[in-house]
Design a protein. Structure first.
Length: 262
């Protein structure tokens, strides 16, 4: 049912763009699904549509020319959630017992997408795994497992058992950061569905949000408000019609449409 809905929404997106080609094309990184299909959760697609963009699902592939053409064809990129990243290959750490599922083809695809998009200078939003991919692609590392690695006396529950639109922990945002400016506040309550997190922040990036146990929940590229990421899932409430994190998507679409100067 989800695959059918994704296909339907993608077809609607194509029709919308054909009728109004000035709408920005927003690339959404895909993931593998059963039977060899490419899949994107419909919440990402619905959030982009609601914000006025045209979502385009980017299927996993390893052809350098195709990857370059993909990035050249879109106006902004959203990196989506999913599996854990291979620690040995991408930040030289042996896998710990709690390391989760790895998709090597997706790892290579996502890393290449992020690097090409940043090189081209288009807006990039990383979400959950996408937040972690952005950090690793630019030279950072991860906690492979928060519960067993984070040295904190008050480690929070980062894998909530609540609906995706429901917030379960607070995040303190840096004043005047991209995220604080977009949302108009320095404290938010977000959902949380992860067991890995940013450890060593990539050169050229700055942390802009943390939970009370110190986990990095948002970051942005220094001097470049077009590249930013969040550990939580803003598309969950946004796709439900809630406005808590809707400004994240409107900001991205406005960047892609050229509303703000580079």
């Amino acid at each position: 049912m989800k695959s059918l809905l994704t296909l339907l929404l993608t077809c609607i997106s194509a029709a919308l763009w054909a009728q109004s080609p000035t709408l920005p094309l927003i690339g959404i990184s895909g993931t593998h699904a059963s039977g060899g299909a490419t899949q994107v959760n419909s919440t990402y697609i619905e959030s982009v549509l609601r914000a006025g963009g045209v979502p385009v699902v980017l299927p996993i592939n390893d052809n350098p020319d195709v990857l370059k053409k993909m990035v050249a064809s879109i106006d902004a990129l959203i990196m989506t959630g999913g599996e854990d990243i291979d620690p040995l290959k991408y930040y030289s750490e042996e896998a710990l017992p709690a390391q989760g599922e790895i998709d090597p083809e997706r790892d290579a695809f996502d890393i290449a997408l992020v690097r090409l998009a940043i090189e081209r200078g288009i807006p990039v939003l990383g979400i959950c795994r996408g937040h972690q991919v952005m950090n690793v692609a630019c030279g950072g590392t991860l906690y492979q497992d928060i519960p067993s690695q984070l040295r904190s006396s008050n480690v929070l529950k980062h894998r909530q058992q609540a609906p995706s639109w429901y917030g379960t922990h607070r995040i303190d945002l840096t004043p005047n950061s991209v995220l604080a400016t977009i949302l108009g506040t320095t404290t938010i309550v977000s959902n949380t569905f992860h067991h890995q997190a940013v450890k060593d922040v990539a050169p050229g990036f700055v942390v802009t949000g943390r939970t009370s146990d110190g986990v990095v929940e948002s970051m942005e590229m220094k001097g470049n408000p077009r590249v930013f990421s969040v550990q939580f899932h803003p598309e969950g409430p946004t796709s439900k019609g809630l406005d808590d994190f809707f400004p994240i998507f409107t900001y991205l679409i406005e960047l892609a449409a050229g509303k703000y100067p580079n």
